[in-house]
Design a protein around this ligand. Structure first.
Ligand code: ADP
Length: 544
């Protein structure tokens, strides 16, 4: 029986007796203040992106009650995070840190182990500790969103500095960077652009990485490496520490910018297009993450239900998608390329002329003049994002189905036309098999590309959840057979994805486990995250 309202049965972490768990929670309340420790005994409410829950995954692909927290706690500073960690060690309670928990499609705020105590760092640790207008850097806590950072820089009148934002700006700068999320300015590789971490280790010690380890330094945010082994890497996509501060570099205002868009007629044009993109991207003529989106997304991002276009069974037929695309301001197409050129006009012109000449080598390629596009066209959302202005329009395609949820398949591949076509055909075949609409977008980093396929599903329909899960699992395995691996994944798929990185008899997994056991001997911190299980959990049926 749960305490408090009794409206929902409280999930207690496995292996701890109920009375002892309640005693532990009471003790934590005394340490942090009772108002900063909430047990999760109320009905699970999903809300939406900006009012998302911190108790569970609001876009579940398993049962609603599978990935749920027993309680949520709100520390106010690093010292309180240390206290929580020591408490978790004392009672052997699994804890799961989130920054803001807007990691939707990858598990949101949910913990991997049912009944974990979620540490919501974002609610009270949301200070921008420093913005340095000379070095173009900042130092932030986990609760600072891309919106908050952007707005603070604007309020200070720092017109000479830009931030980089991912597709949705409501998430945490720290959370997104640790999960190796990306944005769309030349500073889009967030992990590569960070400098310096403060980390609470699973046994309670605090470290600062890079120059942060040198007392009295003033280079923590300008030289990421410091001296000795570069430890930051083990704190991203891991469960080796809780990051309480992070340095980030900011981009100089380039002195002008201009979005551009090209349309390509046929699915098969992708092959030639990717070959054209590679040298231009590596040579920085294409300066930001190149996005190549399939036509169905032109429809979906209008935010209307798919039943407005098609009410039959299975994936929406291509002819219907094209028929509706034809009526849109961008006209019919198979692929749209969204890009931005930076700098003063004469510099942009130099690059845009090269791009135009190259893209037009593909028969039927069309440059779409932005002046012809209405204000609410999705193009303008991409324009804001590529100029470092946070945005939320990207959420609209989730409305493609009722109770719309999404989960991603995101393999990394070389920037090669043949790889693009292989992944496209594989995705299409498996989506058709499971009757799911196929939403592919290729995002070209610099020397590699990610294919991002978002499966949009009705989370209230168990059959659709299962289809999404089955399709993803088959995609991951088939892609791995061809040498492609995911750059990031949902909590439920982490074991499978980690398993595909199995070279040399799972040597990397064994190394991660060795680190885990050394750093977290009681196995309390985010067990199972990224497929890394502490000794206490290994081979006890936790893997999915
Ligand atoms: P966002 O707010 O950008 O959506 P989240 O807070 O959901 O990001 O973080 C994404 C994932 O990164 C979380 O599920 C968690 O595993 C990990 N994470 C986030 N913040 C921290 C942190 N401060 N320390 C350690 N891991 C973190």
């Amino acid at each position: 029986k749960s305490p408090g309202t009794g409206q929902r049965l409280l999930v207690i972490p496995q292996g701890i007796e109920q009375a002892r768990f309640f005693q532990a929670i009471e003790e934590l309340g005394q340490t942090l203040g009772v108002e900063n420790v909430e047990v999760n005994d109320k009905p699970l409410v999903d809300g939406w992106y900006m009012e998302h829950p911190n108790t569970h995954d609001m876009m579940p692909i398993l049962d609603d009650e599978e990935l749920v927290a027993s309680a949520v706690v709100y520390p106010s500073d690093t010292e309180e995070v240390q206290k929580i960690v020591l408490w978790a060690n004392k009672y052997r309670v699994p804890i799961f840190p989130i920054s803001m928990g807007r990691n939707l499609g990858y598990g949101g705020a949910a913990p991997r182990v049912r009944g974990s105590v979620v540490i919501d760092l974002g609610k009270r640790m949301n200070r921008i500790l420093d913005i340095n207008p000379d070095d173009y850097t900042c130092l932030v806590e986990p609760g600072v969103s891309f919106y908050a950072l952007y707005e603070t820089i604007q309020a200070k009148g720092y017109k000479h500095m830009w931030i980089d934002t991912p597709d949705l700006g409501g998430g945490s700068v720290v959370g997104n960077t640790l999960d190796r999320g990306v944005g769309y300015t030349p500073y889009g590789d967030h992990w590569a652009c960070h400098s310096g971490l403060e980390v609470v280790l699973p046994t309670g010690e605090v470290i600062r990485t890079g120059m942060g380890a040198l007392p009295g330094n003033s280079t923590w945010q300008t030289f990421p490496y410091g001296f000795g082994p570069y430890s930051d890497g083990i704190f991203s996509q891991s469960n080796f520490g809780i990051v309480t501060k992070m340095g980030m570099t900011l981009m100089p205002n380039p002195g002008g910018y201009e979005s551009f868009m090209y349309a390509f007629e046929k699915d098969e044009d992708l092959e030639a297009l990717i070959e054209i993109i590679r040298p231009l991207r590596i040579g920085s003529i294409l300066e930001n993450v190149a996005q190549v989106r399939h036509v169905i997304q032109t429809l979906a991002v209008k935010g209307r239900l798919r039943t407005n276009y098609f009410t039959g069974d299975g994936a929406i037929p291509e002819e219907i998608v094209h028929e509706h695309a034809r009526k849109m301001p961008v006209g019919d197409h198979s692929w749209l390329y969204y890009g931005m050129s930076y700098g003063p006009e004469h510099i942009r012109k130099y690059k845009l002329d090269i791009i135009d000449k190259e893209f037009r080598k593909i028969p039927g390629a069309r440059r779409i003049d932005p002046k012809t596009l209405p204000e609410d066209e999705y193009f303008w959302s991409r324009d804001r994002i590529a100029a470092g202005v946070p945005d939320l329009v990207e959420l609209l395609w989730v409305n493609w189905v009722p109770n719309g949820s999404h989960v991603a398949f995101s393999p990394v591949s070389p920037i090669r036309g043949t790889d693009a076509m292989k992944l496209f055909n594989m995705g299409k075949r498996l989506h058709d098999k499971y009757g799911i609409d196929f939403f592919p977008a290729f995002c070209v980093g610099l020397r590699e590309m990610h294919l991002i396929v978002e499966i949009v599903f009705d989370k209230k329909d168990p059959k659709k959840r299962k289809a999404a899960n089955d399709c993803l699992r088959e995609l991951i395995d088939d892609a791995a057979k061809e040498g492609y691996g995911e750059y990031r994944t949902h909590l439920v798929l982490m074991d499978q994805v980690a398993g595909t990185y199995g070279w040399n008899d799972n040597a990397l997994k064994k190394f991660n486990e060795k680190l885990k056991d050394a750093l977290d001997p009681n196995g309390i911190l985010a067990p199972g995250k990224s497929g890394i299980w502490p000794a206490r959990y290994r081979k006890r049926g936790w893997e999915l």
